[in-house]
Design a protein around this ligand. Structure first.
Ligand code: ZN
Length: 402
């Protein structure tokens, strides 16, 4: 077996093994430690474990279905030689193939998406949406994703066909441009398709936000409130955008149900991300990941003796992309957790309130029914943030030093 084939099918098998292991581990949640019980009621932790368990297993099943379907397409069509659409330009073919694959994958995963996105969220009392509203959002998400992916594939094949030798390098360069453009434009054109954003009204809280940002030497961009309550009772805040579109976004639920002190701690954390340039760093790391991906994909193509820019390689590319992203998830999330710890430390430098931050983390976890003390395997694979118990312990350590 050639190196390329070994890479692809070895990756497929490794992914399926990883997903099987994920299901196996999710079936028996870890013992709740005495430390966890000093912060949370047992019933609360168990409810969070049940909610998490269903999500982990449905993620694993969804990914396995995607990988198996794409593998079948590659074996059935690619191995036998896909007859190109006569007369159509190669780019049109790429767009048609990626569109059809997207529709196929959406169709097989719709029942699971519905279960996870609608039924589960209702069962645990998070969703505030009726069936119709959920489907409208799902449909919009599907259209946005499909259009973006199809356009991205056409762009990628332009690179593959124009630079038959140096496409991994050019492709990684194009990818960073794409990421930057996306980070810049997403808040302007895509987010408003799903939510309404209002500027934070002037008042003591707004003044405090500006003051906190000044403390970190940062000029604050927009501070916006999003109508998250239209979809969910969960609370959250995030920062997004680059340059002119840089902004902090609050869920309206958070501002409504949490104290100003707690909201300030959230802002201070988001400012921490700004201060340490986490969006830019994330884009640079993403570009490194893309370069690695393209170099490995070149081996896969060589294994098949396929020219990189041939439209029939679309399912092969999509399969290898899926497997690569899954296997790289632990690396990506390790970086993300480091960023989150850094933002947490900055939030304490700015507010001086480590005890308040510990209490707020607990409050947030209770409200969102977080898996506060996950199995180490699950933590490594999934957790973009340090698990709550770990986060509280870090805050308490900082509080002890004050
Ligand atoms: Zn964060």
């Amino acid at each position: 077996m050639s190196k390329g084939l070994f890479l692809l099918w070895g990756g497929v098998l490794a992914s399926l093994a990883l997903l099987a292991l994920l299901i196996l581990i999710s079936l028996s949640p870890p013992e709740i430690s005495s430390k966890t019980l000093t912060y949370f009621e047992r019933a609360q932790v168990e409810k969070g474990q049940t909610y998490a368990q269903v999500r982990y297993i449905s993620f694993a099943v969804g990914q396995a279905i995607t990988i198996l379907v794409l593998s079948a397409v590659v074996i059935l069509l690619f191995h036998r030689g896909w007859v190109p659409l006569a007369g159509a330009s190669p780019y049109l073919q790429v767009m048609i193939y990626s569109f059809l694959l997207f529709v196929l994958l959406a169709a097989v995963s719709l029942p699971l998406e519905f279960y996870r996105g609608f039924m589960l969220e209702h069962r645990f009392g998070f969703s505030t949406q009726g069936l119709g509203a959920w489907f409208v959002d799902y449909g919009k998400g599907f259209i946005v994703n499909t259009v973006l992916t199809v356009v991205m594939f056409a762009g990628l094949y332009l690179v593959l066909r124009t630079w038959p030798l140096h496409w991994p390098l050019v492709g990684a360069g194009a990818f960073v441009l794409f990421l930057a453009l996306q980070a810049w434009l997403w808040p302007l054109f895509i987010d408003p398709l799903f939510h309404k954003f209002e500027p934070l009204s002037p008042g003591p809280f707004k003044d405090r936000v500006v003051e906190l940002a000044a403390g970190a030497g940062i000029e604050v961009g927009d501070v916006l409130v999003m109508d998250a309550s239209r979809q969910t009772t969960k609370v959250n805040a995030y920062f997004t955008g680059v340059g002119q579109t840089k902004r902090i976004v609050f869920y309206d639920n958070l501002l409504r149900d949490f104290s100003q002190r707690e909201a300030e701690l959230v802002v201070a954390h988001e400012i921490g991300h700004w201060k340490h340039h986490h969006i830019t760093l994330g884009m640079l790391l993403g570009t490194g990941g893309a370069l690695l991906f393209f170099l490995l994909y070149r081996l896969v193509l060589a294994g098949y003796g396929a020219p990189a820019g041939h439209p029939a390689t679309v399912p092969l590319l999509l399969l290898f992309m899926t497997v690569f992203s899954l296997l790289l998830m632990p690396v990506q999330n390790t970086v993300s957790r480091a960023f989150e710890r850094q933002a947490d430390r900055t939030s304490i430098e700015l507010t001086g309130d480590a005890a308040g931050a510990a209490a707020m983390s607990a409050n947030l976890a209770t409200r969102n029914l977080a898996d506060v003390q996950p199995h180490p395997f699950i933590r490594g694979l999934f957790f973009t943030h340090p698990p709550t118990v770990e986060r509280i312990a870090a805050f308490e350590e900082l509080a002890g030093r004050e």
